[in-house]
Ligand binder design. Structure first.
Ligand SMILES: *Cc1c(COP(=O)(O)O)cnc(C)c1O
Length: 386
């Protein structure tokens, strides 16, 4: 009762991988040295390995949004027509960035909790044969929904448009076959499934997308992808890199490689499945029941209860930070994260805590019903007969 461990359980920043955190203490090194070039090159080559791509991977010192902006400013030109898929707060970020750079937008909007279908992307491409790009989230972290990137990529690949995927919470939680499916730009960020603090982002860039960079007339200076790719090949970054985060990333990537990217994805998918089953066992509704992703599960608070009560209860009773809804979803939902360094012991505890919080806030549930659902998913996956 009296000791409450601090636990960061949000879908970004996510729980940190301890050896990566410890590696950051070795950052009293200079970035224009052979020692650091080795770290930089290892990060780039390990990123390519875990993403299973031969495309250039360009790291940036920025949170994920910086890489999103860089994809627009470097690969498009003023007035280019683009299709923007919007199904939540992060889709709205694509809308904001493409607007800020003066692109002509065709917005495919879905209600929060929904997902933009491959058919509607195909229809928009057919109606706009001059579209230069399609922007989308693999995983819309604000609602817990995932997009069918495979089906969408196949439509985009058949056109002259490039597909720019915000995979910031998609990488490590759902398969994203860059070359096989035809993803032209895949964006990731450090504070999600990579298990390290915020401040690094990266883009994998296809030759089809690179061809755009030469023609791009939008203003850019700090985020210059061509320059960054050229320097990265030599183990350097254009500006002073976030050396501490690179040391952390190198360590986290070793860990991810040792597990295997497919197993990291499987881990998130199993936790997400167990969470959905726990929600059902507790009579709670999902916010994105039609296309739930595996980065995070958004659960509606019971009728009449503000989800902030659950979020606050986690903090006050158990020292744990979980995510509320963003924007207009605040107070309606709470979000249980699965991406990166989360395991079943975390989930047993979260669901046990959730049951107590529901009961203490006037929503009676059968104690243990949600935890049992999680245990059953674990037992089945682990081959334990129950
Ligand atoms: C976290 C996140 C981002 C990036 O947000 P930053 O605050 O810039 O790191 C972008 N897209 C999605 C889907 C995210 O979850």
């Amino acid at each position: 009762m009296h000791i409450k461990k601090q636990r960061l359980l949000t879908p970004g920043p996510t729980p940190l991988y301890p050896p990566a955190l410890h590696a950051m203490m070795a950052s009293d090194l200079h970035h224009r040295t052979e020692d650091f070039r080795k770290v930089y090159q290892a990060c780039v080559s390990d990123l390519k390995e875990v993403l299973a791509t031969s495309y250039d991977v360009v790291p940036l010192v920025a949170s994920g949004s910086g890489a999103m902006e860089a994809s627009v400013s470097n690969l498009f030109s003023k007035g280019d027509k683009v299709i923007v898929c919007v199904a939540g707060k992060f889709g709205e970020r694509w809308e904001g960035i493409t607007k800020a750079y003066g692109l002509e937008q065709v917005v495919l909007r879905e209600e929060y909790g929904g997902a933009v279908s491959a058919q509607s992307v195909a229809a928009a491409l057919a109606a706009n044969p001059d579209a230069k790009g399609v922007f989308i989230q693999a995983s819309e972290t604000s609602t817990g929904a995932a997009h069918d990137i495979e089906a969408i990529a196949r439509h985009v690949a058949a056109t002259g448009a490039i597909l720019v995927v915000d995979g910031i919470t998609g990488v490590g939680t759902q398969p994203l076959k860059i070359e096989e499916w035809g993803i032209d730009v895949l964006i990731g960020g450090s504070q999600k499934a990579f298990m390290i603090p915020p401040g690094l982002a990266f883009l994998a860039i296809s030759p089809k997308a690179w061809a755009r960079a030469d023609a791009s007339d939008l203003p850019k200076y700090y985020f210059n992808l061509k320059k960054e790719a050229k320097n990265a090949a030599a183990g350097e970054s254009s500006w002073t890199p976030a050396t501490s985060l690179m040391l952390a990333l190198a360590e986290a990537l070793k860990y991810i490689k040792s597990i295997g990217m497919d197993k990291l994805i499987d881990n998130a998918q199993l936790l997400a499945k167990a969470t959905r089953e726990a929600a059902a066992a507790l009579g709670l509704e999902l916010f994105s029941p039609g296309s739930p992703g595996s980065a995070v599960t958004a659960i509606k608070a019971p009728a009449g209860m503000d989800s902030g009560v659950i979020v606050k209860g986690f903090k006050q009773r158990f020292g744990a930070i979980i995510a509320n809804g963003q924007g207009s979803m605040k107070g309606q939902i709470f979000r249980i994260a699965h991406l990166g360094y989360f395991d079943f012991a975390d989930l047993f505890a979260m669901v046990a805590a959730l049951e107590l919080l529901l009961i203490s806030n006037g929503h009676p549930v059968t104690l243990g019903a949600g935890v049992t659902a999680v245990q059953r998913v674990y037992a089945e996956a682990a081959g334990i007969k129950v």
